[in-house]
Design a protein around this ligand. Structure first.
Ligand SMILES: [Zn+2]
Ligand SMILES: [Zn+2]
Length: 374
């Protein structure tokens, strides 16, 4: 990066120059270096941008004051539009050419301009992305007027070719030693003139409308998935193509299932006997019930899989798994017979339990008392 030049030096004015002198100085440079006059000349384009940046700062009293006090550093973060075209050239030239011209061809308001892109956030359910679904969304947008088909002329009439520019939208004008191409002031760049405007759109050629657009929610898509619908955005201006519509998918959380890529995660409660001995249980899947085989010795938190009962892979013929997390329930409210069976079981296992003589709990409590008495 080269050192930035001083703005006063760029415009060749002294530091006390008033607004009028600054404007005149800039105008001189803009005429000399404007890209339309120097096609393909990068040096001229850089000079034009440099002059425009300097003018943008020095014409603004607040920016000029900051620049005078702090130099270039004083302007950082002020959000200046330093693209080289931040200045409205019409405003600079209007008083010279007395409104003869509509402005430079760049940055004119009526030039063909592609329509804006639109974004639509679409909430879908987990079921939707498992089974796939057709939905219709209502998109409010600016559309080409259906009455006049976008040309702005009253039904039965059509726009006539502009007599000043012969439909080109631009006129060439000599001023002294140079020739500049400018937007036609008669048709404002459209190339045609509407004699009787279309009533529904007031001659603008566009109307605000809510449009029904069918969306095919495909199996397997996830939150953040984006559909790009070309040409379904807002209508373009002056015959330019429309923008695109982006439909951004959000898969809503499900009450019973979580998603992990293409797997569906759920949980099932089993008894500790089932966990120890193994068995069969019914678990909920997204479409109903599935039978799950529990192997003997299943631990709490174990994850058992039912293949192909998860979420379809996007544009594939197979699916992820249903993953079932095991929650083992401890039995409560035991009757005498159940209790003695468990006690017998514990004895066979050599495990201590509460009711055992000199059992685990007695020992533990006894030891604590001993410790307290010391
Ligand atoms: Zn219309
Ligand atoms: Zn014209």
């Amino acid at each position: 990066m080269t050192q930035k030049r001083d703005y006063y030096e760029i415009l060749n004015v002294n530091r006390e120059a008033d607004a009028d002198e600054i404007k005149k100085a800039y105008r001189k440079l803009a005429i000399q270096f404007h890209p339309d006059k120097n096609p393909g000349d990068e040096v001229a384009e850089d000079k034009f941008k440099e002059a425009t940046e300097a003018y943008e700062v020095l014409r603004d009293p607040e920016k000029r004051d900051r620049y005078n006090r702090f130099g270039h550093a004083g302007l950082e973060g002020m959000g200046s539009d330093f693209g080289g075209f931040g200045v409205n050239l019409d405003e600079v030239f209007d008083d010279v050419f007395g409104g003869l011209f509509g402005g430079f061809s760049r940055g004119t308001r009526r030039a063909p301009k592609r329509g804006r892109n639109l974004q639509y956030n679409l909430d879908v359910t987990l079921e939707d992305v498992i089974h796939g679904k057709e939905v219709t969304i209502q998109v409010p947008r600016i559309e080409s007027c259906p009455t006049c088909e976008g040309n702005g002329a009253k039904k039965g009439t059509s726009p006539v070719t502009c007599p000043q520019c012969y439909g080109r939208g631009q006129i060439s004008q000599s001023q002294g030693f140079f020739t500049m191409s400018r937007t036609c002031p008669r048709c404002r760049g459209a190339g045609a003139i509407i004699q009787e405007p279309c009533r529904p759109c007031g001659g603008k050629g566009v109307v605000r409308n809510t449009h029904d657009i069918p969306i095919n929610i495909e199996k397997g898509i996830d939150t953040g998935f984006k559909y790009q619908l070309r040409g379904e955005g807002e209508a373009g201006a002056n015959g330019a193509p429309p923008g695109d519509l982006f439909v951004v998918i959000n898969v809503e959380p499900h009450q019973r299932f979580q998603r992990d890529r293409n797997d569906l995660i759920t949980s099932a409660k089993i008894s500790f006997v089932q966990a120890a001995l193994g068995g069969k249980v019914e678990v909920d899947s997204i479409d109903g019930k599935e039978e799950l085989h529990i192997p003997p010795g299943t631990q709490y938190g174990a994850q058992l899989r039912i293949p192909n009962k998860g979420i379809p892979h996007y544009r594939r013929s197979y699916s992820g798994d249903l993953v079932v997390r095991m929650e083992i329930e401890t039995p409560t409210h035991l009757n005498t017979e159940q209790r003695s069976a468990l006690e017998r079981f514990a004895k066979l296992r050599g495990e201590s339990h509460q009711n055992e003589q000199g059992g685990f709990w007695d020992k533990l409590l006894g030891r604590q008392e001993d410790e307290e008495s010391e």
